[in-house]
Design a protein around this ligand. Structure first.
Ligand code: ADP
Length: 240
């Protein structure tokens, strides 16, 4: 419990810091991107200037992406939570619309998500963020042509949202660090290390818990299965 409290407090203070940093960095970056764009237009025909200003614009996009994930991470803890009946099928539909998974020839299968009983009380936008982060990690880990399975399972008191991939799996040595803010094994341009920290905060806000099985398929020693267990009502949290 003590560990959990320390973790939550760390997340909260990192959230505040992130909000400040994101705010301070967001505006100048937008300025730099605009200036580079102007330069390209003014010096049309100068290929060297064109090339360099495109690079500047690309790099600012990268920073903007990091700033955005810092913002959503920071906002997770500071906004009043909505509380309404949310069906996992709707969450899945929205999450998929936000990610362009088809581009990378990865198949996403939804199994059993439409069951009308697979609903919880919570904040729909934040639950969409949970699935978006789990799916984008699954996508990044997947081999070309891999399949990601998203399904739900319900018991009397809780509903599980399960995301399973056929990727490389998570090495045991890093499992303990996955929820640490800024922990990432991805290239600097790709990962911010905030995805699972955000997932953790949101699931905690919903009195849920997260279970990680990696490899998901012990026979073939590969893949990751992440299970998010959410209580149907906040007055009936799942058994520890
Ligand atoms: P990021 O995606 O920016 O790296 P996350 O907090 O979402 O940050 O993830 C942290 C790390 O957890 C990833 O860099 C990766 O090493 C590992 N990870 C998360 N999900 C998976 C997965 N499905 N398969 C393999 N590794 C994963």
């Amino acid at each position: 419990l003590e560990n959990k409290l320390v973790h939550s407090e760390r997340l909260a203070s990192i959230g505040r810091l992130a909000a400040g940093v994101a705010h301070e960095i967001g505006n100048p970056i937008t300025g730099i991107a605009c200036l580079a764009q102007n330069l390209r237009e003014e010096r049309e025909g100068d290929t060297e200037v064109g090339e360099i200003s495109s690079q500047i614009v690309d790099q600012t996009k990268r920073v903007t992406r990091i700033v955005r994930s810092l913002m959503s991470f920071a906002h997770a803890g500071s906004h009043k939570q909505a509380s309404e009946e949310v069906c996992l099928a709707d969450i899945a539909r929205e999450a998929i619309a936000l990610l362009s998974l088809n581009r990378e020839s990865i198949e996403v299968q939804f199994l059993n998500l439409c069951a009308p009983t697979h609903c919880v009380v919570g904040d729909p936008q934040r639950l969409v963020q949970v699935l978006v982060n789990l799916l984008s990690n699954a996508r990044d880990a997947s081999p070309p042509g891999g399949t990601i399975r998203v399904r739900s399972e319900a018991t009397e008191h809780s509903v599980d949202l399960i995301v399973e991939d056929e990727g490389s799996g998570i090495p045991k040595a890093i499992v303990g660090r996955l929820f640490e803010p800024f922990f990432t094994t991805k290239d600097p341009g790709k990962g911010t290390g905030l995805g699972l920290a955000l997932v953790y905060s949101i699931v905690e806000e919903h009195y849920g818990r997260i279970t990680i099985d990696s490899p998901a398929d012990p026979e073939r020693q590969r893949g990751t299965r992440i299970r998010v267990t959410l209580p149907r009502h906040v007055d009936t949290p799942p058994a520890p």
